[in-house]
Design a protein around this ligand. Structure first.
Ligand code: DON
Length: 425
């Protein structure tokens, strides 16, 4: 049952496995040494359940995916107005390492390009660079739900080769956009970029943002819903740099990429996605990461303008009208996340029933992804030695012509079961 979701993710990853376009980032020498073929995908549901495909446990450095987190931490610690006074929210249409500020305000245009990200580091209130880094390190770890480690080799490599970022730091100082010593701020920035994550960590971080700042695994609120809303807004417009327009049209999820090869994508209220593949396009985004997110969005119906409602309350009731018979009653709009929830609950409870009844009579709307997933449930149950029945008076799941028997009510199913059990006279 949950393997129906797993198989879809495996299939989507496999579609792009042979793509070898793009180059490793080599402007940070240490990054040029990673295995170019590494390819992992993880998806976290909003309640923290993880699906993994491929090299989901491979560690890589977080790089620019750190930017929305430090921005969120700055918003959390000093507030929206104080941050807005120093960093804009306009897409720059420029490369991530452009040496530029807004012509009118003299502030960095947004927190996703290096100029804005370096300024965001300087806004974290602390008595020393070490203390500042610890606040950042603690915050990222709380978002992910485990203590992240620093990659010392990548840190020293970037620090030794960071002429461009030093130029940005001193440019910011000259425009009075940075109060602190640029080298001290940059040192913290290099450290934050060098924290190691897996794509499962990214999916978990995405789920924390999807849940409005509550880590679904630890149950800890790391920041407020207002901070997350602002952070996700900036990820929508600026997260994929000068590729942001294409991304929003084709994928439609707030996201952030890093030159380590990671991408995090967030579907608010529903899920977080992490992808890792280190070959990059000319914008600094993972080639296979972008393709995979595009396929996930198209094939699972994840564009944020398609998914209109929070699908967390899909299962309205689960009950047992008689021993060994379990009813799952779904309601509202059934999309990928809702169907996934139904399949996973049916799997988790498989020892508690011989017969399941899926009641979709209160479902208002369903997309093709959810319909396919739920239509496959009957066969998956049979393969598991169970029986599945569908209460679907309006043909929401089983369309006209489908071999599936559609019952009108749960009582109709129970009557049919009774008739079958009653000995024929
Ligand atoms: O500032 C840098 O150059 C890196 N530490 C981070 C850049 C990055 O990840 C850009 N994103 N795709």
């Amino acid at each position: 049952m949950a393997e129906l979701v797993q198989r879809r993710l495996d299939r989507i990853r496999a579609e792009h496995a042979e793509v070898a376009d793009g180059e490793l980032a080599d402007y940070i020498p240490e990054l040029a040494g990673v295995d170019p073929d590494g390819f992992g995908l993880s998806l976290s549901t909003s309640d923290g359940f993880i699906y993994e495909s491929g090299q989901a446990a491979t560690e890589f450095t977080i790089q620019s995916i750190s930017k929305p987190l430090t921005y969120a931490l700055a918003l959390h610690l000093i507030g929206l107005d104080a941050v807005d006074a120093r960093i804009g929210v306009e897409p720059s249409g420029e490369a991530f390492n452009e040496i530029s500020v807004d012509r009118v305000t003299n502030n960095p245009k947004n927190p996703m390009i290096n100029a804005g990200a370096i300024t965001a580091v300087s806004l974290i209130p602390a008595g020393s660079p070490d203390e500042r880094f610890e606040l950042i390190h603690d915050f990222y770890s709380a978002c992910v739900g485990r203590r992240l480690e620093l990659d010392h080799d990548v840190y020293t490599s970037e620090k030794a080769s960071g002429a461009r970022n030093r130029a940005i730091g001193y440019m910011l100082q000259s425009f009075e956009a940075l109060d602190d010593d640029p080298d001290e701020v940059l040192d913290v920035y290099y450290r934050q970029c060098s924290l190691r994550v897996t794509c499962t960590d990214l999916a978990r971080m995405g789920a924390t943002l999807a849940r409005g700042g509550m880590n679904p695994v630890t149950g800890r609120r790391v920041t407020s819903a207002a901070v997350v809303r602002r952070t996700l807004s900036v990820m929508v417009t600026c997260g994929m740099y000068d590729g942001a327009g294409d991304w929003v049209s084709a994928v439609g999820m707030p996201a952030k990429s890093g030159v380590g090869g990671g991408i995090v994508a967030v579907l608010p209220g529903q899920l977080g996605i992490g992808v890792y593949s280190p070959r990059l396009d000319d914008k600094g985004n993972s080639v296979r990461g972008v393709l995979t997110c595009r396929s996930l969005s198209e094939q699972l119906g994840l564009h944020f303008l398609t998914v209109r409602r929070d699908a967390r309350a899909t299962l309205r009731a689960v009950y047992e009208p008689r021993s060994g018979v379990r009813v799952y009653e779904a309601h509202g709009d059934l999309l990928f996340s809702g169907a996934e929830e139904v399949l996973r609950v049916a799997e988790r409870e498989r020892d508690r029933y011989d017969v399941t009844i899926l009641d979709v009579s209160r479902v208002d709307d369903i997309d093709d992804t959810a319909r396919e997933m739920l239509s496959a449930l009957g066969a998956a149950l049979r393969a598991d030695g169970k029986e599945g029945h569908l209460v679907d008076p309006d043909g929401v799941v089983a369309r006209a012509g489908s071999p599936e028997i559609r019952f009108r009510t749960v009582d109709d199913v129970l009557d049919a079961l009774d008739r079958r059990r009653r000995p024929t006279p």
